[in-house]
Structure formats: C-alpha cells, structure tokens
Design a protein around this ligand. Structure first.
Ligand code: ATP
Ligand code: MG
Length: 413
C-alpha cells in the first residue's frame, strides 16, 4: 500500500522539535505578557477580501501566494497568509478602540503562503506576532523593536542584526514613487517579470526583490529617506534615540521597504546571515493606514511577526531539554498498584513522572530512568511497601535514602 505523505511545503513537528517549538512559543507568551500583551486568537480562514484590501493587491502575497477556495456556501475564503489583517478586523468589528486607549495583543499560529519550499520557507509555517493599536508615539516603535530583539536574545538566538528604515506617510511615498520610477524606467526591460509588474502596482517593492540581477541593477536607486517630511524625520530620529536608550544596536537600511502594503513610517527587520535568503527572522513596523483602509478609522498601530521555523533552525540543539522529576521503579507484581498510586499522587502534586506498565528487573528500570533523564528514581519493593516506605535515589548526586510515603513530596522539593 502506498503511504500518504505530508503535503509539499508542510512539515510535521514532533520529538525534540516539538519540545523546541513549545519552548519558543511558551517563552514568547511569558515574555510578551510581562510587557502587558494579551493573547488574541482569530480564525485561520477569513473572507478573501480582507487580505486583498488589507495586505494589498500589488503584493506577492495577494498576487500569487494565497490559498483561496470556495466553501460549500460559495463564499470565497482564504487561509490566512499573515496575522495583522485579521487582528485589525477583530479590533474594528468588536469596537475595542471604544473600550481602551491602547491595545496590546500577541498571537501564535500557522500562516499559509504558496511559495517555493526550501529551508526556512514553507507553505504552512508558524508565526509569533504582536500588534499594538492606538498609540502613535515613536517611543512605542523603539519599545516594540527592542522587545522583539530581547525576546530572541532571551531564547538564545545570537548574532542578529536589527535594520531599520522609515518609509514615510502616503504623501512622501507618492513623491518618492515618482523619483524611483524615473530611475527604474531606463532599466525596465532588464528587470524580472515580477519587478516589471511591481513598477506598475507598487514600485517601492522592486527594492524588496530577491533576484540577484534586480538587486544589482537597483543598487544605486534613490533612497526614500530623502523624500521624508520634517515630522517624519523627527519621528524616525526619536525611534533611533530610544533604540539607543534601550541598548539596541541597529543599522539603517534605506532600501528596506517590507513586502506588505500597509506599512508606513518606521519599518524594521531582525536578520541573520546564517539562513541564506531566508535571513529575516522577525520583521514589522508601523501601519497607521491599515485601520483607515479596513474600517475608516484614524488609529495608529505597530506590530511585528517572527517566523518560528527560522528561529528553530537558528537555535539548533541549543534549547532546554525536558526534565523529568521522577521515574518510579516497581519490583514485583504485588507492588504494582501501590506504585501506580504513588506515581498518580506525585503527578497530581505537579511532578513530572514516568512509570512503566510492565514488570522489570532493577537493571531494566535503571536503563529506562537514565534514558528518560530522570532526576530521581523511586524504588518500590515488596519489603519497603510493607513498611510504608520507598527508596529515593538521587540520580544526579548518586545518593539514596529510605523515606516514608508521606514525606515523599517534601523530599522531592
Ligand atoms: P521573506 O522576505 O523571507 O519572504 P516576508 O517579508 O514575506 O519574508 P513577513 O510577511 O514579514 O515575511 O513575515 C514575518 C516573518 O515570518 C518573516 O520574517 C519570516 O521569519 C517568517 N516567514 C515569512 N514567510 C515564511 C515562509 N514561507 N516560511 C517560513 N517562514 C516565513
Ligand atoms: Mg515573503
């Protein structure tokens, strides 16, 4: 019989990878909670028009990467390619702006994009992201960038570079668009097909092209920073000042434009040189126009998303392995019920416990305990059971003592 395999561009996560994935998402949850963020969960599919309007018609995502389908009720739905549009949809739909000045959300979940699969690029992948709505201060921009950086540092990813830029507001972008188009026009025929299309729909995105030839051709393109207004320059300067206050080293990259249409003002990426052209680990920026576009509201916002699979690749084997408090070794059929009761009580008390279902000799138990990485082994033999005691063997210090069942919990503390 032919085995059915996982679909191209998707990946199972299990074993050590499961532990690693869990470690990353759990740490994110704790870390962002300390900054005042709360969990938000939005549906995995939405009306297609949300992404068309939110992410933007000229983007790679909408143009060629969306998983769009008709459901049985003939609605056009799309598996979410990113998290921001849905968070904004939820925020507007539930009028959260009327309940609080500033909202801080974090999310974790899979995203879907029809891309060419390679290391660090999948068709279903996981993101951890944050969104802050209702605050226009440039201090927020710096704070969120610093939070993203500190989070990656905390989980143990090193050698990262923070790159930042300002893409200005609509007016400056319009101005820049003209300047850039004038520069691109003479080389139009040499650019890739995608870039020629981008020139028509969103010329800024030509600067985000990953094709070497396009990068080379546009390396002397005029930069957006020269088209910024005084207010935009001031905003950008304050972001940089606070990044310095927060101790975050950054590099300015005037070509950084990001792949999604909704960005304005500050944009940033945290990149590594270890993953080839999949080097962006965490990225985001300000999106003050998106709430206007989706709900006619003048509400400023800032956010980022990190690719969990890329973080996992960078962590390698360097993450905390699961610890086991106790392995319960029972010797002889008569001790079985008692041993399972002891194991159950310890688990209820919050200890991690492994116990085997089959009878084993001492040697077999020790092998298993070792393999499971147990810190302690509790040995339950017939003689001990009759006395109401067990032997606790400290696997790390190689000591052992006989204790009463009642005092077990205290000993294991
Ligand atoms: P890239 O330039 O690498 O295509 P992007 O600009 O499309 O990334 P965003 O939409 O900003 O990426 O998503 C934020 C993060 O999600 C990225 O920095 C990356 O870590 C991760 N990511 C994006 N697309 C994929 C993918 N297809 N597979 C795995 N991770 C991804
Ligand atoms: Mg992309």
């Amino acid at each position: 019989m032919k085995l059915i395999k996982a679909v191209r561009g998707t990946k199972d996560i299990f074993g050590d990878d499961g532990i690693k994935f869990d470690y990353i998402t759990r740490t994110a949850q704790e870390f962002f909670t300390n900054y005042g963020y709360t969990m938000i969960k939005t549906p995995i599919f939405e009306e297609t028009s949300l992404f068309k309007r939110g992410v933007g018609e000229g983007t790679d995502i909408v143009e060629k990467e969306m998983y769009t389908f008709q459901d049985r009720g003939e609605r056009s739905l799309t598996l979410r390619p990113e998290g921001t549009a849905a968070v904004v949809r939820c925020y507007l739909e539930n009028k959260i702006y009327a309940k609080e000045d500033v909202s801080r959300f974090f999310y974790a979940g899979s995203m879907f994009r029809y891309e060419r699969p390679q290391a660090g690029r999948q068709r279903e992948f996981n993101q951890i992201g944050v969104e802050v709505l209702g605050e226009s201060s440039p201090i927020l921009d710096a704070e969120v960038i610093a939070m993203g950086f500190s989070f990656l540092d905390k989980i143990g990813v090193s050698d990262l570079e923070v790159t930042i830029n300002s893409v200005g507001e609509k007016e400056s972008r319009e101005k820049y668009r003209e300047t850039l188009l004038n520069f691109l026009e003479p080389m139009k025929e040499e650019l890739c097909d995608d870039c020629r299309m981008r020139m028509e729909k969103n010329p800024l995105r030509v600067l985000d092209c990953k094709v070497e030839k396009c990068k080379e051709l546009t390396k002397d393109a005029p930069i957006i920073t020269e088209s910024l207004s005084e207010d935009e320059v001031n905003h950008y300067e304050t972001v940089k000042k606070y990044l310095t206050i927060f101790g975050v080293k950054y590099k300015e990259d005037p070509r950084l434009v990001r792949g999604l249409d909704y960005y304005s003002s500050t944009v940033f990426e945290i990149v590594t040189n270890k993953l080839g052209s999949q080097g962006t680990v965490l990225a985001g920026g300000r999106y003050d126009n998106l709430l206007k576009q989706l709900g006619d509201k003048d509400i400023p916002a800032f956010g980022f998303a990190a690719g969990v699979e890329r973080v996992m690749m960078l962590l390698g084997d360097d993450f905390p392995k699961r610890e086991l408090d106790v392995y319960v070794a029972w010797l002889g059929e008569d001790t079985k019920d008692f041993a399972f009761k002891v194991a159950n009580d310890l688990r209820v008390d919050g200890k991690s416990v492994v116990i085997d279902y089959n009878a084993k000799a001492m040697k077999g138990h020790m092998k298993k305990a070792d393999k499971a990485g147990a810190k302690n082994v509790i040995i339950i033999g017939e003689e001990e059971m009759a006395k109401g005691v067990v032997v606790v063997k400290d696997f790390i210090n190689r000591t052992q003592e006989e204790v009463t069942v009642d005092s077990l919990k205290n000993i294991l503390k």
